[in-house]
Structures are given as C-alpha cells and as structure tokens.
Design a protein around this ligand. Structure first.
Ligand SMILES: [Zn+2]
Length: 383
C-alpha cells in the first residue's frame, strides 16, 4: 500500500472499521471494510479503491439524479435555506475573476449544476463539460452544445485550451489523483487556473469513513498533489466552504510553501480515535433508551450511520430532516418527516448532523427541550 499522492510506502492503517458493511458518500451500504492509512511524508489519508471503481461511477453513482432541481442543504439561516450549488457558485465568483468570454471546463462534472448556475449569472463564459459517465447527458443537453462536451476521453484539440478548469467534489473518488491533476494541467493554458473543492475530513468527519472516498485530502497533501503536477501558486482555504477545502492553483505566479505535514498527521490520529470510540458511545445511548420510542435528526450520512450502528432500529419511529427533498422518502423503512412532525411519544433524538455544527443547528429548536426530548450528540460531549 503506497500513498496515492506522493507514493511513499505506508504501514498499518490508522483506522479499521472492523466490519464488512460500509456506507458510501451517497448513504448506500456496500460490502467492504473501511480502512484508512496516514502518510507521514505528505499528510495524506487514503482508503482502498472499490473493487469495481469504473463500473461504480459509470452506473451506480447517481448523485442527485432523482429530481431535476435536487440539491443538498449547505446551511439554514432562520427560514432561508442555502443550497450547496448556490454556495459553490458564490464562492467561485468571490475567488476567481474570470475574464469576459473565458474558456472554462468543469472536469468530472456529473450533473454540472454548478457551471449551469454560474452560466445563468455569466452567460459570456464558454463552459465545457467532461465526465467518465454517460448518465448525465440529459442534464447537459439543456445548457451546453455537444461540441463542448466530452465523455471518457477529452479530444486532442482541448490541450492547452482552457483559461480555467473547475472540479467540484471529484478528486476524492479518484484512485490516481496525480494522473488526473497532470491531465488538468495539460488542458490549461500556460497561465491557466485550476479551481477545485474537495471534502475536508477535519471539517466534516464523515468523510473519513465513507468507503467510496479513496482520498481524504489534508491541506499538505492537496498542496503536494497540485505542486507535483506543476502548479506554482497554490491557495488552500478551509473556511470558505464548511467541511471542504477550496483551492486555487495557478501554473504561473510566486511559489507557495507547503502547509504543515505534522499537524495533518496529528489531526488524522485524533480523527481515527474519534471514529473508533463512536460506535461504543452510540451503543451506550441505545442501552439507556431501551425500547422507548426514538428518532434520528438528519437523514444524510450521519443519520444513516447512527441507524446502521444501532443494535435494533425497532424503536425508531422516524427520521427528521429540514430538506424538502428528503421529506417523504424512507430510510431503513422509516419515514423522513419535517422536524415539526416529530411524534409526541419520542423522548430520545439522536442528532445525525456533522458534529462540528450539530449543537448550533439544534439550538433554535427549543420546543424539543420543552417536550422533554433527550438529545444524543455524536461529539462525545455530555448533553
Ligand atoms: Zn503521501
């Protein structure tokens, strides 16, 4: 097992889930054992590629294809919901001053919702799309002509063509990210810019255990990856998009230093300890609850993780979710309801949200406290 960023040989994994049932980033179960290795040289975290990576992304990985305008919630301000795609467009606009008529390629674009929404604001941009799957062409048909799209392979005349290439949540899935970033560098003009977003495993700890993320980038390993493909000026921002690293890498410009590797390794070990102890903490909460009716707040990854860890889902009455796209679905055979529809008899609510924001997100729901509902958080801090 080598580091898939810097090729350093790696020893034993720092994390082993100890079970053969794993969750994907789309909250589906896969047979496989989540293990994570830490690279002492570049600070990278890696898992193992799925046995059938190519087939998985060509057919199984149907991200947000259920509904045309389906999107994930980024955050909620009072009554206002900010969706992930909108946040991605505004972050891109704030970091990249794209010239009039710029040639832009979204690499590994899936549905290409971000460039589509960007085009609505910037119709002058010449947006191109590339993906390894043919599943998304019906979406692409709406806003990009066929000559600006490629599947599986990019055409030779795309070399050295683009002013900017974007990549939203794609590199974490790719077993050989170095090869991909070198390809991106070749498709860019001499002064081109590679702009991307990848999960930040320290900001969104779920990333550490999802089995389809073969890469968990840290600031140092992302820097080493981009530098290795010839990018000189590399800016990595862990605050612009919560739970993600946003990078701007330029082929020309002053060379930037690599972020601290030791810090990445240290935080990786802490994360491994967190996940190793979480299962035991959920089991303890389950014992305390007994057979009394319970529910899970959140029907995304963390909610699914809790339900999968419970010894019995029998006492679960429902999942709660603020997202209108989730309400009406079922998970583990239980309905996903709006928070206000929580059945009266539920006294235990497992909070299945990113632990970094969970307490703040639950704060406005004082009605839960006045009903005597006990909240179980995943962060290990007593409620
Ligand atoms: Zn490495």
């Amino acid at each position: 097992m080598d580091c898939n960023v810097c090729r350093t040989p790696l020893g034993d994994p720092i994390y082993d889930a100890g079970s053969d049932r794993a969750l994907t980033s789309l909250c589906e179960f896969r047979t496989g054992r989540t293990r994570v290795w830490s690279c002492p040289h570049c600070g990278h975290l890696r898992g193992e590629a799925l046995d059938d990576t190519d087939r998985y992304y060509a057919s199984d990985y149907r991200i947000l294809l259920d509904q045309d305008d389906e999107d994930q919630i980024y955050e909620v301000h009072g009554e206002r919901i900010v969706y992930r795609t909108d946040h991605q467009v505004s972050t891109l606009a704030s970091k990249l001053a794209l010239p009039e008529g710029a040639l832009l390629l979204d690499y590994g674009c899936a549905k290409a919702s971000t460039p589509q929404r960007l085009l609505a604001q910037r119709p002058d941009l010449q947006v191109h799309l590339f993906d390894v799957s043919a599943m998304y062409t019906a979406h692409w048909d709406r806003f990009v002509p066929p000559e600006r799209r490629a599947m599986h392979l990019t055409p030779p005349h795309w070399e050295a063509r683009f002013d900017a290439i974007t990549s939203f949540f794609a590199l974490e899935h790719i077993p050989d990210p170095g090869g991909t970033v070198e390809k991106v560098a070749r498709l860019l003009k001499a002064d081109g810019i590679f702009y991307g977003v990848v999960p930040d495993t320290f900001g969104n700890v779920a990333d550490f255990v999802v089995i389809d993320h073969v890469n968990h980038f840290t600031p140092s390993s992302l820097h080493v990856l981009l530098r290795g493909a010839g990018f000189e000026s590399i800016d990595i921002d862990a605050t612009a998009h919560r739970g993600a690293l946003v990078f701007v890498a330029r082929k020309q410009g002053p060379r930037t230093p690599c972020p601290d590797v030791r810090d990445a390794v240290q935080r990786s070990l802490e994360l491994a300890r967190y996940w190793s102890s979480l299962e035991a903490r959920i089991a303890e909460a389950e014992r305390a609850t007994g057979d009394a009716p319970a529910a899970v707040y959140g029907s995304g990854f963390y909610g699914a993780y809790i339900a999968s860890t419970l010894r019995s889902t029998q006492p679960l009455r429902c999942f709660l979710d603020r997202s209108p796209f989730q309400q009406g679905k079922t998970l583990f055979g239980k309905p996903v309801l709006a928070p206000e529809q929580l059945p009266d008899d539920v006294r235990t609510l497992y909070v299945g949200l990113n632990p970094a924001i969970a307490r703040a997100a639950m704060q406005p729901m004082g009605w839960l406290r006045s009903r005597g509902v006990q909240l179980v958080y995943l962060d290990g801090v007593p409620a």
